[in-house]
Structure formats: C-alpha cells, structure tokens
Design a binder for this molecule. Structure first.
Ligand code: ATP
Ligand code: MG
Length: 502
C-alpha cells in the first residue's frame, strides 16, 4: 500500500502549524519523520490517524482519495497509530487493552478471554518479553506500557503503522527487539512511519526521511545518503555546538545518602551517596527498580526500610511535601501521568511547585509568578502560544520543558531527573544538558535516571548501574563506557568490567 499526503495545511486558531506539506510512505519501507519540538510531526500524523482533519490538501491510499472523520475510520483503512502519549486504559488488563475494539468472541457471542490471553502471551513469548497478560495496565511502569502499545498496534494487521516516538522510555536492548519486529513487518510489506528524536535510531532502522521545520517540509531524502550530523542540521537549520561535559566537583559536601534501602518489591539493599555539584547517573534495563527507588526517596511511593540522610542528618520521608521541604526536587519520567496537570494552563503547570512561595495572606504574587516563569521560558526556549493556554496545547517536547521549568524555579538542593530529555529534540537536549551542568556548577546535587547509556556517559561524573532492584556497580570518570555499563545492567559483576572483550 502507498500512502500520500499532498499540499496539507492545518492551523490551530491563527497559528499555522502545517504549511503545504507533502508526505508519503510506501509498503515495505520505514520512513523517518523528524523535526524539532513543535515542528508539526504529531499534528501531521494526527491527520492520518483521523484524530484531526486537515484544513486543505489531499490524502491518497494507493492513488484513491481518502478522508478520516475519526480514528476508527483510519484504523479500518489499515492505519494503526502508536501515539506519542500513552493511550491505554489503566483499569483493564494487558490482554484486554491489546484487543480493544476488536475483541475475540466465541460462537455464542461471548468474549473469548482465553483466546485473547493466549494470543497475547504468544506474542510476548515470541519477542521474549516477560509480561503477564493478566496484569492490570495501571500496575505497569511507563516503559512496559509503551511496549504493550507497540504490540497492540502490531497485532492489528495494519498496512501502515505510525510510531510517534515509540522508544522514548526504552533501553537499547528493548529498542533492538522493537526494531526486530519492525524489520519483520517491513519484510511483510508493512509501511512504517517512525518519529524519533534519537537520530542514531533513525539512522539504524529507517530507509527514507523527511524533515519538518516550523510546519514546512524542508528535506526529503534517503538515509543511506545522510548522517546524524546532517539530520540534526536540517532539523535546527544551523550548526549545533556540542560541548564536553566533564567538570570537577566538591566531593566533601554530601547532600543525600541512603543506606541499605529496601521496599517490599522493587529494590533491595541499596546504598549510595550524592554530593553537591555532582551529576550522578543511575541506569539499568527495564525492571531495574531505579524509578521506584527514587519515587520512594521523594516520598511518593510508600514504606521503606533502611536509612536516608539529607546533609548527614537522618530523615524519615513519607510525603512529597516533606521531601520538597528538605530540598529534594523530582522530575518524574512519565510526563502524561505524573508530570503535568492536564486541565491546568501552561503557567499554572510551570509554577505549581513554587506556588506556596508566591502566596502572601491568601493572595498570589502574580507579577513574581509570571516573571519567574518567563525566565524559564526564555532559558529553555519553550515554544508556546499564550501562557494561559492549556498545557495540552503544547507539543510533547515542550510539555517536558515546562515540567523541568517548575523545578528549576524551586531551587532544590538535590534534583532527581527521571529521563529528563524524553522526547526533546537534539537542540533542546543540548540546552537541557547545559542547564543541568550549570545547576551542578552552582552546587546542586543532580541525579539523572536514564535508559540512554550515551546520555549517562555524556552528562554524568559517575554512574550507578541497577539490575533487578540491586545496585550492581559503579562506573566513573573517563573510563566510563558503554560496554561496562551494559555488562552490569545485564547482571554482570564489577570484577568483570574492564576485562577482556569476548
Ligand atoms: N490542539 C492544539 N491546540 C493548539 N495548538 C496546538 C494543538 N496541537 C498542537 N498545537 C501546536 O502545534 C504545533 C505543532 O505541534 P506538534 O505536536 O505537531 O509538534 P511535534 O513536531 O510533534 O513536536 P514534539 O517533538 O515536541 O512532539 C505546536 O506549536 C503546538 O503547540
Ligand atoms: Mg509530537
């Protein structure tokens, strides 16, 4: 099947988001759609997915004009859409989510739960993902939800699959398995649209690419004839400066230390310390427990055993308010579920943490609130219409920047960032790295949780690697490398790292 979009225009109010865009994808190819945050990628795909309707332009399937009034029409034309923001129903099990809208029925018309469970299990087994189809989606970590979403689209026998940033919260080895699936689909003649800010992934898996910049198509070409450097250049329209990150920090001033921390399920016997001015990385594969560990330290997850010290004072943390008072800031990983308040404005979202400080005798100091937020908008280059618009009107990457902004305003002593550059474009990523290092330079202790090994190496002075809830080892300094990190992340011991390569 060949899908073409011709001369597509789309505006929101007076803002023209897509300007005469041409786009196409053929069966049997993987087509990259790239561009900066807010360039219009998701909007373009929302037109294909029937979520939005174009103002003008044509869409053709195998040469025949089509239009989709809603997602169901698009799906029945053979187009499956993996949305940038997760789109599962929390109160259903994995297998129920897999079959929403196309449930299997028995002869008597009743739901065939056994068959749905079995088919779900089969695909997990085939791809070697250890997930129980009976698990409630609510209980899944964001990365697992992402995987369920991907499988769901894959099971729909679609001819065209749109993947809007499917790999944001996956680690390299999981990404590899998703790529394997994509290659198989491609061999079966499926056409795939792949949106990602990870240009390395784009180079690995895609055949052709198209670049949007401010709603205009600026480049259409073959992956074999380009490089990550070129792609980045097309996206931002100018050269990017990438500085090296390493610096010195004062090791003496310990800000946070945990000793022998355990909860009942996700992590056991964890000990580490982080110092003023230090950037500490924590990484591992799915199920490593790093997010749960820091949610606990931030007081949003419940009971623990072991001891937490803030600036060498023993503390007992049981709520986010308390950890905030102790100077701990925390940017969670799953923006949609934990990071943003969907029915609040951009400004409200961006100043929620500092709101108590703006209040005086029941009145809010609006001037200060606005000034503080404006500074972050400028510093982070947040692309927005009006501050009073809903946060959901922002592109995914710009929502992420607002989540970061609210913590930057709060001047924490220690800032824990879980996947801080999830979904942000190459240019903005450099900006965020720069800000993290600037904060560290000013004496803030930073903890970066990340599934991207390259990000850890680039940004961190030292990194801890977790495996199934245990701290398996530490890598640091100039000797930090991908091989050692991966070896620990897959359960190897510290003694093995630095040894001979097999
Ligand atoms: N429902 C909406 N109402 C108003 N403006 C919107 C709406 N949806 C998107 N926009 C605006 O359209 C522009 C393009 O957004 P879009 O989500 O398509 O960007 P994107 O390329 O997918 O970015 P990202 O990489 O951050 O996901 C942005 O400026 C965004 O603020
Ligand atoms: Mg998007």
């Amino acid at each position: 099947m060949t899908l073409e979009m011709q001369d597509i225009c789309k505006s929101f109010g007076v803002v023209r988001v897509l300007k005469n865009v041409d786009f196409s994808v053929r069966g049997g190819e993987i087509r990259a759609l790239i561009g900066e945050n807010g360039a219009g990628k998701s909007t373009l795909m929302n037109l294909l997915g029937g979520v939005l309707q174009p103002d003008s332009g044509r869409m053709l399937l195998d040469g025949n004009p089509v239009s989709f009034r809603n997602p169901a029409e698009s799906l029945s034309a053979g187009i499956a859409f993996i949305h940038q923001e997760l789109n599962l129903i929390n109160d259903l099990t994995i297998y129920e989510n897999m079959f929403i809208g196309r449930e299997l029925k028995k002869k008597n018309g009743l739901l065939d739960a056994d068959a749905m469970r079995r088919q779900t299990q089969e695909i997990f087994d085939k791809m070697d993902f250890h997930l129980n189809p009976m698990t409630m989606v609510r209980d899944l970590d964001a990365s697992y939800k992402q995987i369920v979403e991907i499988f769901r689209a894959l099971m729909r026998n679609a001819s065209i699959i749109i993947m809007d940033e499917p790999t944001v919260s996956l680690t390299d080895s999981e990404v590899e398995r998703v790529f394997d699936m994509m290659r198989t689909l491609k061999q079966h003649g499926v056409g795939i649209v792949f949106i990602s800010h990870k240009l390395g992934e784009v180079m690995t898996i895609c055949d052709r690419f198209i670049v949007l910049r401010d709603g205009v198509m600026v480049k259409d070409g073959l992956i074999s004839e380009t490089s990550t450097h070129d792609l980045a250049h097309h996206m931002v329209g100018h050269e990017l400066h990438i500085e090296s990150a390493r610096r010195d920090y004062e090791r003496e001033r310990e800000i946070l230390r945990v000793e022998n921390l355990s909860d009942e399920t996700a992590f056991r016997g964890v000990s580490f310390a982080v110092h003023a001015g230090e950037v500490l990385g924590v990484t591992g594969l799915l199920g490593d427990g790093r997010s749960e560990l820091f949610q606990t330290i931030f007081g949003v997850r419940g009971n623990y055993e072991g001891q937490i010290y803030v600036e060498r004072e023993p503390v007992q943390i049981s709520s986010a308010m308390q950890s905030r008072r102790l100077g701990i800031g925390y940017v969670p990983r799953n923006r949609k579920e934990n990071g943003i308040l969907r029915d609040m404005s951009i400004l409200e979202n961006g100043s929620i943490v500092t709101l108590p400080e703006y209040q005086h005798r029941g009145l809010i100091d609006r001037v200060r609130q606005n000034l503080d937020f404006d500074r972050q908008v400028e510093q982070l280059h947040i692309k927005l219409g009006k501050k009073s618009d809903l946060i959901t009107s922002l592109s995914g990457g710009n929502q992420q920047k607002v989540v970061l902004a609210k913590w930057l305003n709060a001047n924490p002593k220690i800032l824990v960032l879980d996947n801080p550059t999830q979904g942000v474009d190459v240019g903005a990523k450099e900006e965020i790295y720069h800000i993290i290092l600037k904060l560290a330079g000013a004496g803030v202790a930073i903890v970066v949780l990340s599934s991207e090994v390259q990000e850890i190496i680039r940004l961190c002075d030292r990194a801890l690697v977790m495996y199934h809830g245990r701290m398996l080892g530490e890598v640091c300094g100039d000797t930090m490398n991908e091989r050692d990190i991966m070896r620990l992340a897959t359960g190897g011991t510290s003694a093995e790292i630095g040894g001979e390569n097999e």
